[in-house]
Design a protein around this ligand. Structure first.
Ligand code: AHN
Ligand code: ZN
Length: 332
């Protein structure tokens, strides 16, 4: 099944042909010259890379396994080393097959007293099923989830470290969501299957860690570590938060990363940003590697046993991490 539907492609073609101005010719000189407007810390890609590696060393972080428990302890300890404001939201949700899944959403905050704030998030659990592996024998094996999980978390932990060193101009919450990736295997028919994806985020959206929680906008990272990643403008993000998409893409392009941030519409993805937009009304974008040349529409090793540490590229971690830090420190 093609995940990015034909309708989406038709819409994308329309959007490109009707709305998009001709791609601006920016010379290399321009993008180098127009750096950040304010002083922005330098994102350390080695540090993000190492924390990806540490997550993978636990083994696949599949809910209800020892690797999942140990990884949670690691993430909580790291977050507590970067801010005194850490909340671990624990609970239980039910998988498509009625398995009770214990989860931990891990929330770190900076300037918790202000409502002038933004939210950054990614998922830290690993998918139990490599159901898009080219070899059918692997469809019930877990995914190492180097890119699909660990990359976003590695970047957010380094952003957290930077926020512990330099006070941001606005409030920031970093949420490491659990149980994103326990949706039904693609070879099984399940009714209303969308409800079984992004369950940690759904829980948080219905039960935020603070009553009356507000944020100006949110940025979700998903599959943000592969070499030469391409970030298309994802459909749900464009419906709910087009101005945020455009501004993040512009910032990334301006600081020199225009080959990653493509001003081109991609398909609609069922991801953790959906409940944030629909339940909590926080305009939230999905910064996700969408590939025009794969059958799934995603990064080539998505939900395969090939989503391993060797797929992680330090340059891409730097691109995403530096763009996020620029977005944060240019806020007012
Ligand atoms: C679905 O496969 C329905 N959504 C993709 C969201 C996802 C899974 N992102 C990473 N893993
Ligand atoms: Zn996944």
């Amino acid at each position: 099944m093609k995940y990015i539907t034909l309708i989406t492609i038709a819409l994308a073609v329309m959007a490109v042909s009707c709305n998009q101005p001709a791609k601006k010719e920016t010379s290399k000189q321009d993008s180098v010259a127009k750096g950040p407007r304010v002083s922005v810390p330098a994102f350390n890609e080695d540090s993000a890379y190492l924390s990806c590696k540490t997550q993978l060393a636990f083994g696949p972080r599949v809910p209800n396994t020892p690797a999942h428990d140990k990884c949670a302890d690691y993430l909580i300890a790291k977050m507590k080393s970067y801010t005194e404001h850490v909340i671990v939201q624990k609970g239980e949700v039910y998988a498509y097959n009625k398995t009770a899944l214990k989860f931990k959403n891990i929330i770190g905050s900076w300037k918790p007293e202000t409502n002038n704030r933004i939210l950054l998030c990614a998922h830290w659990d690993s998918r139990p099923f490599a159901d898009h592996d080219p070899d059918k024998k692997n469809w019930r094996k877990p995914v190492d989830a180097a890119n699909d999980g660990a990359s976003g978390i590695g970047i957010l932990l380094e952003v957290a470290r930077q926020l512990s060193l330099a006070n941001p101009p606005i409030g920031v919450d970093i949420i490491l969501f659990d149980v994103e990736d326990y949706g039904p295997p693609q070879d099984q028919t399940v009714e209303n299957s969308e409800q079984y994806w992004g369950q940690g985020a759904q829980y948080w959206a219905a039960n935020p860690h603070k009553t009356d929680y507000v944020a100006k906008y949110g940025i979700l990272l998903d599959m943000v570590g592969a070499k030469d990643a391409t970030f298309l403008m994802e459909g749900v993000s464009m419906e709910y938060a087009a101005d945020i998409v455009k501004s993040v893409w512009s910032t990334g392009s301006r600081i020199g990363y225009s080959s990653y941030f493509l001003f081109e519409k991609g398909g609609y993805v069922t991801d953790d940003h959906v409940p944030l937009n629909k339940i909590r009304n926080i305009p939230t974008i999905d910064l996700i590697h969408l590939d025009k040349n794969t059958e799934s529409g995603f990064y080539p090793y998505w939900h395969t046993t090939g989503d391993t540490f060797d797929k992680i590229d330090k340059n891409t971690l730097k691109v995403v991490g530096q763009t996020l830090l620029t977005v944060i420190f240019e806020e007012k």
